[in-house]
Every structure is written in C-alpha cells, then in structure tokens.
Design a protein around this ligand. Structure first.
Ligand SMILES: *Cc1c(COP(=O)(O)O)cnc(C)c1O
Length: 463
C-alpha cells in the first residue's frame, strides 16, 4: 500500500505511535479517567487515521500533545449533550421550543428531594399501605379551582385524549369550527378527537358559532359539547361564540356533558397585568363545566403535565380508566407541580414563579437591565415587545425594552451566540436588521453569563 509514497512519507508514517502506546502515556490517564477506556481508544483511532491521511498528503507527524488535544476535541464533540440549558433572550416567555415554563426555586428543590431518594409516591405512611400518587395533589387543585375532584396526567394533550376516550368514545363530540386550530407542539384538535374514537361534529363557521348551531347538532348520539380555548391564533374582526354558561345549560337540558380544554389554564387574572383577560380555570368550574383540562407548563408556570378538574363522578371514571395508567405523571414532575401550586396557595406567585415574575416585571427594571448590558457591550436600548407564547394569549404583547446590537451580519452574530460550546448559548431575535436581546426572559442571575457570551462573540476583551 505504502509503495506509492515517497521514502520520507513512509518514514513519517512509521513514526506514528500505536494506539496502545498512546493509551499508556501519562496524557491518556486523565482522558481515560474522565471518559472511560473504550471511548478514548476510539477517539485515538480517529485521530491516528486523520494523522495518517495528513502525512500521506505531505504533512509532518503530530507530536504527542497534538494527538491528545485532538482526541479531547473529538471526545468533547461526541459527549456534548444536544439537550442543554440556554439563555432565552427572545422575550417569548412560554417559548414553545425552549422548554416553556422555567420552574420556581421551590419546585426545583422539590424535584431534587424526591429524585435523590425514595418517597411516598404511591404509599400511605399512616396505613403503611399502598397509596395513590394523585391524592397528593388533588386537594390542592380542588381548593384552588373550586372543582369537586381532580386528576393529573403527563400533558394536557393526554388529559384531553383521556377525557374523550373515557366519556365520548363511539359517540359524538360537538365543536365549533372557530376552535379547530392547532396549538403549539402540534396539538391538533380534530385529530385528537378522531383518534380518541369520538366522532367530531363541527358546527358554525370559522368566525361565528351560535347556541342554535349547537342545538341543531345535538342527537341521541351526542356525548359532549367541547370548547377549546383559542389555540395559538387570534381571531380578529367579527367573531361570536356562545358564553360558556349557555353551553352548560344546553348540555344539562339534553343530559350531555361540557368539556372545556383551556390550554393554558391560568389561575390568575391576566387582565391585572395589562393583558387581555384569559379565561381562568375557576371561571369554567363556576360556570358549571363538567370537565376542564389545562397544561401545567404554560401560564400555570410549572412542569409539563396535564390537569383534569371537574365533577367527581366523571373524574372517578377517568381515574379508573386503563389509559390513565399509561399517561400517569412521574414523581419528579408531580413534586414540581405540587410546589408550583403551593405558590398560589401562599400568594407568592409573582415573586416566586418565573413566568409570572416575567409577566409582572416593571418596564423600568427591564430598561435598567438593558442599559447595564449596553454599558458593558455597547448597542442601543430600544422599546420593543415581549410575548407570552405557548399558545397563550396569541398576539398579546407586553411593552418591554431590549438591547439592540447593530452588526454587519445579524444572522451570523445570532448563530454564534447560539453555537457556544463552552459558555451558555444565548437565543436572540433579529428585528429590523438588528440582534435584539430582551431582559424580561433572561433569568435574574444569568446577566453575567450572558455578558460573557456577548463579549466573546462581539470580539470584546473578556474581563
Ligand atoms: C397547549 C394546548 C394543548 C396541549 O397541551 P400540552 O400540555 O402541550 O399537551 C391543548 N389544547 C390547547 C388549547 C392548548 O393551548
């Protein structure tokens, strides 16, 4: 094979060490301790192959330090997690791709407490017997929402699916055409309904559905009237939907049920924060809805989960359903959900739950943070908008201030801010040819890290 190469190339190739010799060098010990013997052996093989190719093209053999430096880079790349923390400077509070709601300190501590050992997850200390994980959170949800009973599952999509399967299978579910949207994360209402085995009956038009439309669609096969809270889209112009109370009375008359998929499911009145009023869970329960479902990680501000609240007889039926077992919440999220709900009971939501801290953050505080960033790395502080995101309050914005960086290639700067391997990646927004960073969604305590990444990418001296 090597005959086609010159003498000097063949001499250089012979200088290459064997993998075993490299593995016995002192340099290898640290790598092996960190990554394990086999991954290091594989990495050294890759580096040796590359070195051979390099020499064949006339290059000089690398020295030992170069071998190990390159092997370290290979290993770092191979072991780099693609799932990792980032700094969200987009101003989108419930960012659908960045993990929605960050958790409160208490929720994080609750996760750690049950993650690191055993717990009473499905156990009763008083009786020394089998218990049920749902009971830990049910009373809390009942007292916060006014519902007779409650159940939690993995996601709100699971909550809706379970409810439809258990209460409407092989029967009809009536839904307004104005509510047939797709919400964030690909939750498509018509698909979920048909997949559940319920038959979807669409009524009204995209912008207008009256109570008469529902009345005319009811048949002996009808099980449910379903309402879906405007998922990820906002209807403008003339729109009409009957009030929930009217749907409830109609359902009572015909001895059928009302299911309200609230999506975001806020427990607080968003109008208090200068936003449009988002229907609350309490209002739905108060209106007499039979089953309400909502997400744990949207406006509630907790972990991914789906809450089902409503009439006791129906919730009991759901609890006994076979599918419930397949959709059950795990101990980590259950712990975080309980800690999150506790903030509502304690009345410290605005200071403790990051989503609400961001929503209620005073504009002046945001401006000061943006200005302190500008003082460090340059750029201008401009008025801009933060958005709620997560299919909640579509199009509703919160006035904010952002740091605007004027750079020759904003796409490139945004990409380099994102592709940090040593520091935390920073996700930004490009607007009007500038890179914008909104302090509202940058967690308190992340400023120093953010500035380090900015300095590096902008080529400023690193202090
Ligand atoms: C977000 C949303 C869902 C899906 O909730 P997940 O918790 O993501 O499963 C369902 N319905 C509506 C109206 C939503 O906004």
């Amino acid at each position: 094979m090597t005959e086609q190469y010159s003498d000097s190339i063949r001499a250089n190739l012979r200088l290459l060490p064997s993998i075993d010799r490299l593995l016995n060098e002192a340099n290898a010990a640290d790598l092996v301790a960190h990554y394990g013997r086999e991954p290091v052996r594989d990495a050294l093989r890759i580096v040796l192959d590359a070195a051979r190719e390099w020499i064949r093209q006339g290059g000089q053999p690398p020295n030992s330090n170069e071998f190990f430096q390159t092997a370290l880079e290979v290993l770092n790349r191979q072991f780099a997690p693609t799932f990792r923390p980032v700094i969200n400077a987009t101003g989108v509070i419930l960012h659908p791709q960045l993990g929605r709601a960050p958790l409160s300190d208490a929720a994080q501590e609750a996760i750690l407490a049950v993650a690191s050992g055993y717990s009473t997850l499905d156990y009763r200390l008083d009786a020394g017997k089998r218990g049920n994980r749902e009971t830990h959170v049910e009373e809390l949800i009942k007292s916060l929402t006014g519902a007779e009973a409650a159940l939690v599952v993995n996601t709100n999509a699971a909550a809706v699916m379970l409810t439809l399967v258990a209460l409407a299978q092989e029967r009809e579910t009536i839904l307004s055409r104005g509510q047939l949207g797709e919400s964030d994360g690909g939750f498509r209402v018509p698909e979920i309904v048909s997949r559940s085995g319920a038959k979807l009956v669409e009524v009204g038009t995209t912008n207008c559905t009256t109570i008469t439309d529902y009345v005319e669609a009811i048949t002996p096969q009808t099980a449910l009237l379903m309402r879906v809270q405007a998922a990820a889209f906002k209807q403008i112009g003339f729109t009409e939907q009957p009030p929930l109370k009217e749907l409830v009375s109609l359902a009572r008359e015909h001895n059928i049920l009302v299911l309200d998929d609230l999506g975001s499911g806020t427990l607080l009145d968003t109008a208090r924060y200068g936003l449009k009023h988002e229907p609350t869970v309490q209002e739905s329960i108060e209106a007499g809805v039979d089953v309400v479902t909502f997400s744990g990680d949207k406006l509630l501000g907790g972990p991914q989960s789906g809450v089902i609240a409503g009439k006791k007889a129906l919730i009991d039926k759901l609890k006994q359903h076979m599918l419930t077992r397949a959709m059950r919440i795990d101990k980590l999220r259950l712990a975080a959900l309980i800690a999150t709900l506790n903030h509502y009971r304690l009345g410290n939501v605005e200071t403790q739950i990051p989503v609400w801290r961001m929503i209620s953050m005073p504009a002046e505080q945001i401006r000061q943070r943006a200005e302190s960033w500008a003082a460090e790395v340059g750029g201008d502080v401009i008025a801009s908008d933060s958005v709620i995101g997560g299919s909640s309050l579509p199009d509703e914005v919160l006035p904010t201030f952002a740091l605007a960086l004027t750079v020759s290639d904003p796409t490139d700067v945004a990409a380099r801010l994102r592709k940090q391997s040593q520091l935390q990646p920073v996700i930004t927004r490009i607007n009007g040819g500038r890179v914008l960073l909104d302090p509202r969604t940058v967690l308190l305590g992340q400023d120093a890290e953010l500035l380090r990444t900015l300095r590096l990418v902008l080529g400023l001296s690193v202090l």
